[in-house]
Design a protein. Structure first.
Ligand code: PMP
Length: 411
């Protein structure tokens, strides 16, 4: 029976818990390197100029209302979102082999994909839903999203801590040993938390192994444009998997939280690539994805999708957005350079080159949990205990100070 007194209290979410401790800290020179949200050089949230322009346009257009969207979302948005990640010339688009549906940002996309896989992706050799393989380490919420749905998760080697580089052999061995028809979650770009992405030739090895193992590739694209500043470059691996002659199924989960700075608006999509053109199959998949959305959220949020749609479908706004991506990615890369240079100047023990080699929002610094704790307690510099630092929290005003604090805890 239901006994309300016996409900166990869960510990706070590590990241949002950190955010709360940071807010309560009254030290004026505190620094937040925790949550993965872009900050400008003054440490402030940044509304992208392209988003501001789109907001003005929207408010003066006939689309400006607060009506419900369709169950599958705002079609002008989902169609354009597919072109952004897959490329206009994508075979999946040209051959009409794609089902796209709007979701609650990237988390919602992963959830909908997970539910869909649980219900329909049963491999030929197993009667059970597939095991979902996640990189070790990965974004902490990945495990929870899939296990919450009752799916089993496992991990594949990814980060070699000794060499601070990709454990490609371990990764490929895990793909080879996984039961046929497993699901491999792949970070499309800017791997969270390590900031380390496979190089193109390494991607080819990974994709070939996935094909050989008859697995499914589930791409999580949460940082397109953040690694290189170029949407096309950062979509390379996804496009390779979709457009080359591989014969494995591909699903893409797409978030505009980071690259459009629309964190709280929950703008995202899931794209299911079909093996062949079939209007009936397309309708069937679309209906099942729609059923999930209808039961869970009825229909997705409209405002952010309309904004992003305007950006993607208006050439001048698109150009501005591409500039905005360069602004964000180059500021982050400048901060990587400065932090490394400052640490080298201080002669901080250890090598810090990996900070410049990594890309995207994060750096896996190699700091230990004890060092991270000391950074927070003694210096008011906040990062998660794994040693992952959100480089976007650095700016010209605090980077020298942060380097000194790191130097102090490392010695
Ligand atoms: N995947 C990864 C790897 C992420 O880092 C994030 C955001 N931290 C997401 C998905 C989803 O974020 P959102 O739901 O805000 O789009």
């Amino acid at each position: 029976s239901f006994s309300i007194e016996n409900i166990p209290q869960l510990p706070p979410d590590p990241l949002f818990g950190l955010k709360a401790r940071f807010s309560e800290d009254s030290r004026p020179n505190k620094v937040d390197l925790g949550i993965g949200a872009y900050r400008d050089n003054d440490g402030k949230p940044w509304i992208l100029p392209s988003v501001r322009l789109a907001e003005n346009l929207l408010q003066n257009s006939k689309e400006y209302n607060h009506e419900y969207l369709a169950i599958s979302g705002y079609k002008a948005f989902t169609d354009a979102a597919a072109r952004i990640i897959l490329g206009k010339q994508s075979r999946a688009i040209v051959e009409d082999r794609l089902v796209s549906i709007q979701t609650l940002s990237g988390t919602g996309a992963l959830h909908v994909a997970g539910k869909f896989l649980k219900d329909f992706y049963v491999s030929k050799t197993a009667s059970e839903p597939p095991v979902v393989y996640l990189s070790k380490p990965t974004w902490a919420n990945h495990v929870q999203i899939f296990e919450y749905l009752g799916l089993k998760t496992a991990s594949y080697p990814y980060w070699n801590n000794e060499t601070r580089s990709l454990d490609l052999d371990g990764f490929v061995a895990a793909i080879e040993q996984a039961p046929e028809g497993s699901v491999f979650v792949l970070h499309a770009t800017a791997h969270n938390p390590t900031g380390l992405d496979p190089k193109p030739d390494q991607w080819l090895t990974i994709l070939q192994a996935i094909e050989k193992g008859k697995h499914l590739a589930l791409f999580d694209s949460a940082y397109q444009g953040f690694s290189s500043g170029s949407l096309d470059k950062d979509a390379w691996a996804v496009r390779e998997a979709v457009d080359k002659n591989y014969r494995f199924p591909v699903i893409v989960c797409q978030s505009f939280a980071k690259n459009a700075g629309m964190y709280g608006e929950r703008v995202g999509a899931v794209h299911v690539v079909l093996p062949e053109h079939s209007a009936a199959l397309n309708r069937a998949v679309h209906s099942q994805l729609s059923k999930i959305i209808r039961a869970e959220i009825s229909n997705p949020p409209a405002y952010g999708a309309k904004i992003v749609s305007l950006i993607l479908n208006t050439p001048e706004l698109m150009k501005q957005w591409e500039d905005d991506l360069v602004t964000m990615s180059s500021r982050i890369s400048e901060m990587r350079q400065t932090l490394t240079a400052e640490l080298e100047k201080l002669g901080t023990p250890g090598s810090w080159k990996h900070i410049v080699e990594q890309q995207g929002m994060f750096s896996f610094t190699g700091l230990t949990p004890a060092q991270v704790e000391r950074l927070e307690k003694k210096h008011g510099v906040y990062l998660v205990s794994s040693g992952r630092a959100s480089i976007a929290g650095l700016n010209k005003g605090n980077v020298t100070h942060v380097a000194k604090c790191i130097d102090e805890v490392v010695r």
